[in-house]
Design a protein around this ligand. Structure first.
Ligand code: SF4
Length: 435
């Protein structure tokens, strides 16, 4: 099976291509066929950042979003074969001094150089197994590089090959808006614990958030969660608090709390642009989980109609979706879980099975290639990868690796100690939380 990027090139050249399941493929943005440096330049000219083509393209990027300067021409003009040779030569020259991490949602053309492939937390931990690495090159997005920096040694440099590789979901909750929310909640709830010693509210942040928000949680008795351990973390929080403020992903919060038996009417949404998040005081007082108004535009593309179509066309199909999908989609699926859950579910199937998967297309296509005995396809018929992962291209990887060979560190991500220390506390609470 060709890579997602090759498929997009074929579609934009109007050559016929088909997806698993036989459907004719189309892409949400022909601009995905271009080099990400076009977007670095467009942002520089416009003076405003954007996420680039793909699923998050319609999301507004905050003015503070990091921007990427111009990639040197030699990397833009290099052929795929030349970049391949240069990346391999630089990696060979660096040896154990550098480790390349690749997120599940990253393009195949980058993943082929990764020493480890996984989700954001798996990758941050994988880097810890390479103590000789002076440089950790994170082919993912900004919050992932921050987490790796928090967990790595101070003398290890974490590098994000393209600084514009952010995350639209993480950007939907910024430290100022969350602090403002917290102050309003303290006015409504007070700060005194109840008779059982539970504080009024515990902040819980998804891994997909800035280091500043992880630090915010560390300083206020809160915790971090991943999509694998969100239920365990919510249980931890309910033992210590009367309710939870969950950010930034409303869907992961809602899907997890609903599965734990929390009624929907006790899960108000917090809209940071409205007073009291758009709620009245009683609704907040009656709440168990306050959901931040954030979402992932990749997972928001999945809908119940796609599941119905898959079931009609492939009787017996197993539908597995990520919990960042809307609640109706999770409810209509056969199962929902993290990227690791999805991988393990497919690996566990002993008979040839048809799987319709609701998560990012690069990962789905790799699973399809890895398990040819099964039929595996993405629920979304339109090829629409994560627009921020797209910002990493082999050209940027070659650029940062060759700089390291020369002794230069480019695009280092550093979390200040006053943020990193409390963020680490919140991460350590997560690691200590047990089902
Ligand atoms: S898939 Fe969604 S949550 Fe993950 S990096 Fe992309 S925008 Fe962020």
């Amino acid at each position: 099976m060709s890579s997602v990027n090759t498929a997009i090139q074929l579609i934009t050249r109007e050559q016929a291509t088909t997806m698993a399941g036989g459907a004719a493929a189309s892409t949400c943005s022909p601009a995905l066929a271009r080099g990400p440096w076009d977007y670095d330049l467009a942002e520089a000219l416009a003076g405003v950042p954007a996420y680039g083509p793909g699923a998050s393209s319609a999301d507004a990027a905050p003015a503070s979003t990091p921007r990427q300067g111009q990639l040197p021409e030699e990397y833009k003009l290099a052929s795929d074969a030349e970049l391949d040779a240069r990346i391999r030569a630089a990696k060979a020259a660096l040896g154990d001094r550098a480790v390349v991490l690749g997120h599940f949602y990253q393009r195949d053309e980058v993943i082929e150089y990764a020493d480890f492939v996984g989700d954001s937390f798996q990758l941050a931990n994988a880097a810890l197994t390479r103590p000789d690495a002076e440089a950790i090159i994170f082919c993912g997005v900004h919050f992932m590089a921050e987490t790796a920096d928090i967990l790595s040694r101070p003398d290890q440099a974490v590098i994000l090959p393209n600084l514009a590789a952010g995350c639209s979901m993480a950007d939907m909750a910024d430290i100022d808006s969350v602090t403002e929310c917290w102050e309003q909640l303290e006015e409504v709830f007070g700060t005194e614990p109840d008779a059982e010693g539970r504080v009024p509210v515990i902040p819980v942040t998804y891994m997909n958030s800035s280091a500043a928000l992880k630090g915010f949680c560390g300083q206020r008795g809160g915790i971090v969660c991943t999509s694998s351990n969100a239920a365990t973390v919510l249980e931890w929080a309910f033992e210590r608090g009367q309710r939870v403020l969950f950010f930034p992903d409303q869907h992961l919060g809602r899907n997890t709390a609903k599965a734990m038996g929390v009624p929907l009417e006790q899960m108000p949404m917090w809209n940071p642009r409205k007073d009291l998040g758009g709620n009245d005081e009683q609704r907040l007082l009656d709440s168990r989980v306050i959901l931040w108004h954030g979402f992932c535009s990749v997972h928001k593309r999945f809908n119940v109609g796609q599941i119905e179509k898959a079931r009609a066309e492939f009787p017996g199909v197993q539908v597995i979706v990520h919990p960042e999908c809307p609640m109706e989609v999770v409810d209509a699926a056969d199962s929902a879980g993290s990227t690791d859950f999805i991988k393990k579910a497919i690996a566990a199937a002993t008979e040839p099975t048809t799987f319709a998967i609701g998560t990012e297309i690069n990962m789905v296509n790799r699973l399809a290639a890895e398990y040819p005995q099964h039929t595996i396809f993405c629920l979304d018929p339109v090829i629409c990868p994560c627009s921020t992962m797209y910002r990493i291209h082999p050209g940027y990887l070659a650029w940062v690796l060759e700089a390291l060979v020369r002794g230069e560190v480019i695009n280092r991500i550093t979390v200040q100690e006053d943020v990193a220390a409390p963020a680490k506390v919140a991460l350590e609470r997560m690691l200590a939380a047990r089902p």
